[in-house]
Design a protein around this ligand. Structure first.
Ligand code: HEM
Length: 169
């Protein structure tokens, strides 16, 4: 396999791992820390700043995963030709359906929920937001993060199958 192919797979897996790390941090570190050690305005600020940086970072990582995955698929199409649909399509359809779920949940998490507490524009974070609203949003975002951890792990499993298609060993 060419160095280019190895780099493509590497830049497919590294953003995925960083994305998983960010989701794990958000769901299992940021929340418990905020709930355990912070109260009042400080806690609300901590949560809002976490959401402000977590959302775009996670969406960026997913976008890099898509671009490198699609790019790698082009290699498959060139080499496999008509065989491609027979050998790759089933696994790929399952993988893309799982990925679609991850992406839609991540988009809702960021734009449907996150923006409610971070707002838009530089000054937005200076506005006060009711702690109950932040709590409600944070809880929902946490559950979406946990679901995405599970679905991304399933997607990775299907990814392992995809890359074991013998033509590329
Ligand atoms: C959350 C989303 C995704 C995860 C976690 C993921 C994970 C993985 C993993 C773990 C592998 C196996 C790498 C190896 O064995 O070397 C893989 C391979 C692959 N993935 Fe993904 N993937 C994701 C999304 C996508 C998307 C959206 C596409 C296409 C648009 C894609 C296309 C591919 C291809 C073509 C391979 C085979 C690479 C090779 O030749 O070894 N993946 N993926």
């Amino acid at each position: 396999m060419s160095v280019k192919s190895y780099l493509l797979i590497l830049f497919h897996l590294v953003p995925w791992s960083l994305g998983m790390g960010a989701v794990f941090y958000f769901a299992f570190i940021a929340v418990p820390l905020a709930n355990r050690f912070l109260t009042g305005e400080t806690r609300v600020k901590f949560i809002r700043w976490n959401i402000k940086y977590y959302s775009p970072f996670f969406l960026l990582m997913l976008s890099i995963v898509v671009v490198t995955g699609a790019w790698r698929l082009t290699d498959y199409k060139i080499v496999l030709g008509l065989q491609y649909f027979q050998d790759v399509s089933t696994v790929l359809i399952i993988k893309l359906c799982l990925f679609f779920v991850v992406y839609i949940l991540a988009a809702y998490q960021s734009f449907g929920l996150g923006l409610k507490v971070t707002g838009q524009g530089d000054k937005a974070m200076e506005d006060t937001v009711d702690a109950a609203v932040v709590d409600g949003v944070f809880k929902k975002m946490r559950w979406i993060a946990i679901i995405n951890l599970i679905v991304m792990t399933a997607t990775a499993y299907v990814g392992l199958e995809l890359s074991r298609i013998p033509y590329f060993q």
